[in-house]
Design a protein around this ligand. Structure first.
Ligand code: ADP
Length: 605
């Protein structure tokens, strides 16, 4: 914000204006003094000229009884002189103060017959030869300047001549707007004034003695002289001062003026000029407004410059902040990108490793499955040998008998033997084909498989053992139950469970194996179970039954892979396997399969 304008600039404007005004005042005083001198000087000598007039002297000499003709001559003379000079009136006064002749002898305002001995101009003229004063005509009531001169003869003064001059012309010539000009007499009373209301007011207190004298001389037509409410303020240089006067333009108000005065050409009087300082104040206000405006502009410009500089600084700071934020961001992005790249790389390697591990696992799983199969095959080998040996022995016996029957020419029993041989071969073929299917590496295509068919094929594998060991096998599977599985794997699962059940019941007095299936409460699920009347699952293996190489069987009889393979295959079908000991003895293995729909069944085997 710009501060207050320095007073010096405004003071300068003020000084300049007041100095200019003072210069005008000086001119006015010069002019008014000159005009006063020339105007009044014209009349100053007039009374003494009139006093030298023979008829006037004769008239005064003839007093108190002059001839009527002489009086008329003097009156006429005075009227002519008055007219010629442009004065108000010219009077001839005898030595007692009685007006005996006058220019206006024939008019009502005439002083003829009036005694003016109390008038100072008369007294001064009589005493000193000449007199002069400002006064108001007692008859006319008009203010004017009186000049008087004594009329003498050899014996001394015999009378006085007086000339009254109007100051109206002066006043109107001096009247200038914004100014008041006046002449102040020796009493301090304003006798000439361009402000009519101020005339015959005093600029200084009138003492009682002065008041008395004024009253006695009737100088101001008997009026009491009031003081003009005026206050002198501070000086301006040596010739001027400020003063508070009534505002002539606005009665009832006061106003400050620049006052200047000088002594008037006539002794004891002075001329006073009052100059309205409104113009100077106006100049001062203009200067103030200009300075204020200039300061405001400068201030605004400074403000603008400061704001601009601040805005630029802030902009630069913001740019810096943005740049460093960008840099930080770039660094962070670079770091994060590097971390991400590393993480990606690690993840990629992990994926590769996992893929490799999965592949390895799959391979080894398949290998394990295959190995399990081979193990089962190994176990089955003895049984198979026995199984195949029996029909082979039977076939050999039947062949030999058939040859004997043909030699005896008994074709019918021979043909019967051949037919039995053919059936035995068929059953052997079935055995071997099942073995082939089992040994094949699994594929993973899941289809709808009939549970009954899968169980039948599995049972076929153990048919001889079931029969030889006198095991009671109860199969209770609702017709048409199909589940979602890979057929050969499903067969292997059932073979494993059935094999374990046969192992469990072996040596038991009661040897019962139940294979059952039922629909679960949950729609679309089938519960398949293999239960036996064996001793049940040993408690030490129950919790980790499905882990590889967990077995309670003697060396050479069990690898502990059967249930591990079974569990993985079952999981591969999207099914789940559970093992538990039944409350009434024996073990029970349950698989929860997904049931396939009729449509899937149609597409399946
Ligand atoms: P293995 O038959 O070679 O031992 P498995 O994985 O098939 O391997 O079986 C692991 C073990 O589970 C068996 O050794 C046995 O202790 C137990 N087991 C499996 N089935 C039965 C069952 N039906 N009754 C009692 N125990 C069983």
């Amino acid at each position: 914000m710009p501060g207050a304008p320095p007073p010096a600039a405004v003071e300068f404007a003020w000084d300049r204006s007041i100095n200019a005004l003072a210069e005008i005042g000086t001119h006015r005083l010069d002019l008014y003094a000159a005009s006063l001198k020339s105007e009044l000087g014209r009349y100053e000598m007039m009374p003494s000229i009139v006093a030298r007039q023979e008829s006037v002297r004769a008239l005064l000499g003839a007093m108190p009884d002059p001839a009527a003709g002489l009086l008329q001559t003097v009156n006429t003379y005075l009227d002519a002189v008055n007219h010629e000079a442009g004065s108000v009136a010219v009077d001839v006064i005898d030595q007692h103060g009685l007006v005996i002749a006058a220019s206006n002898w024939n008019r009502p305002e005439s002083f003829v017959g009036t005694n003016v001995s109390y008038r100072p101009y008369f007294q001064d003229a009589l005493a000193h030869g000449a007199g002069r004063f400002f006064g108001i005509g007692t008859n006319t009531g008009m203010p004017g300047l009186y000049f008087a001169s004594a009329v003498r003869d050899a014996g001394g003064p015999i009378g006085v001549t007086a000339v009254k001059v109007s100051v109206d012309a002066l006043e109107s010539a001096w009247r200038t707007p914004g100014e008041a000009s006046m002449v102040i007499d020796a009493n301090g009373v304003i006798v000439i004034s361009t402000i009519p209301a101020w005339k015959f007011t005093a600029l200084r207190p009138i003492t009682a003695e002065q008041q008395h004298r004024i009253q006695a001389s009737r100088q101001y037509a008997g009026r009491s002289v009031e003081a003009l409410p005026y206050r002198r303020l501070d000086d301006w240089g040596t010739s001027a001062w400020f003063a508070r006067f009534p505002d002539w333009a606005h009665p009832g108000h006061e106003r400050r003026y620049l006052a200047m005065s000088r002594t008037a050409p006539q002794a004891g009087d002075s001329i006073l000029v009052l100059l309205d300082i409104a113009g100077a104040r106006h100049q001062q206000q203009i200067a103030l407004a200009f300075v204020t405006g200039a300061f405001l502009i400068v201030g605004l410009y400074c403000l603008y410059a400061i704001q601009r500089r601040r805005a630029i600084a802030e902009k630069l700071k913001a740019q810096d902040t943005l740049r460093s934020a960008n840099d930080r961001l770039e660094i962070t992005v670079r770091e994060r990108t590097a971390a991400l790249t590393q993480a990606n790389e690690r993840m990629r390697q992990e994926i590769v490793e996992r893929t490799r591990a999965e592949q390895l696992l799959r391979d080894s799983q398949q290998e394990v499955v295959h190995a399990g199969k081979l193990a089962v095959l190994g176990q089955m080998a003895a049984g198979l040998t026995h199984e195949l040996n029996q029909p082979l022995v039977a076939i050999k016996t039947l062949c030999e008998n058939a040859v004997t029957f043909f030699e005896r020419n008994q074709p019918a029993p021979a043909i019967g033997n051949l037919q039995r041989i053919s059936r035995l071969v068929d059953s052997m073929a079935v055995l071997t084909s099942e073995l082939k299917t089992f040994a094949r590496k699994p594929d993973f295509e899941r289809v709808a498989v009939s549970l009954n068919e899968a169980v039948t094929h599995a049972v076929l594998i153990y048919e001889a053992r079931i029969r030889d060991e006198h095991v009671q096998l109860d199969v209770l599977i609702p017709a048409g139950t199909t589940i979602c599985a890979e057929p050969s794997q499903l067969q292997q699962v059932i073979v494993n469970l059935l094999g374990n059940a046969l192992d469990a019941v072996a040596g038991q007095t009661e040897r019962i194996i139940s294979i059952e299936a039922s629909r679960n409460e949950q729609p679309g699920r089938v519960l398949f179970s293999v239960s036996d009347s064996g001793p049940g699952i040993a408690p030490e293996v129950l919790s980790h039954l499905f882990e590889p190489f967990v077995t309670t069987k003697p060396r050479g009889h069990g690898l502990g892979l059967g249930l591990a393979i079974t569990s993985r295959l079952v999981n591969g079908f999207g099914a789940r396997i559970f093992a538990a000991n039944r409350p009434d003895g024996g073990a029970q293995f349950t698989i929860e399969f997904s049931e396939t729909t009729a449509q899937e069944t149609a597409n399946g085997r």
